[in-house]
Ligand binder design. Structure first.
Ligand code: ZN
Length: 311
């Protein structure tokens, strides 16, 4: 059995995984304002609680797999660069922490890569050997598998920077230093800024929303709010451009979509499919779209798969 930990920006998800199935899982607040390293004692205590509740001991575990956002050096098990509040973890030795706290083997991986590995090993895309994933959360994460090999690259950044493909050369500045990134125009963190740029923002129902996120825009658009309809069209164009870029770069058979936006999959996915099929250069046929069944578990399954391969 493996222990799996997914350090999200809002929640840290912890699971026990055996043979591609989640035995039990829990979630704790990330409290990412204070950084990642300060949460590790709580992560350790939560792992022990989860083991005890499930009737297991640490001696029955074969390894611990962890996933974080950002650029991860999977060989040295450190974070090289990260855009969000976990910046304190850059250079932190997860290997030393795990050795001291659990005496178990460790894998550390980027979260979108782990999600793609999880989905192709045990999830909706089981058996697919040429696949890309796009996950819509606070930012937009991506990953790619070509001929059954997960792409990491010389500097560990291959495949995972799809959220930072330029989709508008005159677009807003991104937190990565580039301009007009897909994420800076259509990631959750950018939505309020994008909405406020609309000429009719003050007349929109979004002006009265407590928070502007994917779901508030989709729901307001469905209710006929003109500003939200415009914003959603713009978002679909951006997300489609990102997916077309992934297809042109990595030549997949399937595109796996994941993350909070997929709560609105019935509305979003057909719009993306139509536009991507119309715009992508794929003379061999059509890329198939798939939606992750449970975005919360695909990362946990993915890091567990990496541990199994390591043995
Ligand atoms: Zn960027």
């Amino acid at each position: 059995m493996n222990i799996a930990v997914d350090f999200g920006g809002t929640n840290i998800k912890i699971g026990l995984v055996e043979k591609g199935a989640i035995i039990s899982k829990t979630s704790i607040s990330a409290q990412s304002d204070t950084g990642l390293v300060k949460r590790l004692p709580v992560v350790k205590a939560t792992i022990h609680e989860l083991l005890a509740q499930s009737g297991y001991t640490i001696s029955e575990c074969s390894g611990i797999g962890m996933a974080t956002p950002g650029l991860v050096d999977t060989d040295n098990q450190t974070i090289l660069s990260i855009n969000d509040k976990y910046a304190d973890a850059i250079g932190f030795s997860f290997f030393e922490w795990v050795s001291g706290a659990f005496s178990l083997p460790l894998v550390l991986e980027n979260d979108a890569r782990a999600a793609l590995i999880g989905e192709t090993a045990y999830g909706v895309a089981q058996g697919e050997t040429n696949a890309v994933l796009m996950t819509f959360g606070t930012g937009i994460g991506t990953a790619a598998i070509i001929n059954d090999q997960i792409l990491r690259g010389r500097h560990y950044q291959a495949g995972i920077l799809g959220g930072h493909f330029t989709t508008n050369i005159n677009g807003p500045s991104c937190n990565c230093g580039n301009i007009g990134c897909l994420e800076a125009q259509s990631g959750s963190w950018a939505l309020e800024h994008q909405a406020r740029q609309h000429v009719d923002f003050m007349g929109s129902r979004l002006a009265h929303a407590s928070e502007i996120n994917y779901l508030t825009i989709v729901e307001a658009a469905r209710a006929g709010d003109r500003t939200s309809i415009d914003l959603l069209e713009d978002l679909i164009s951006n997300w489609s451009a990102g997916i077309v870029n992934l297809i042109h770069a990595y030549d997949p058979d399937v595109v796996i979509l994941s993350g909070g936006l997929m709560k609105s999959k019935k509305i979003i996915v057909p719009l993306l499919e139509e536009r991507v099929h119309r715009l992508a250069w794929t003379p061999w046929g059509k890329v198939r779209f798939m939606v992750a069944d449970d975005p919360d578990t695909s990362v946990l399954l993915g890091v567990s798969r990496l541990l199994e391969r390591k043995r």
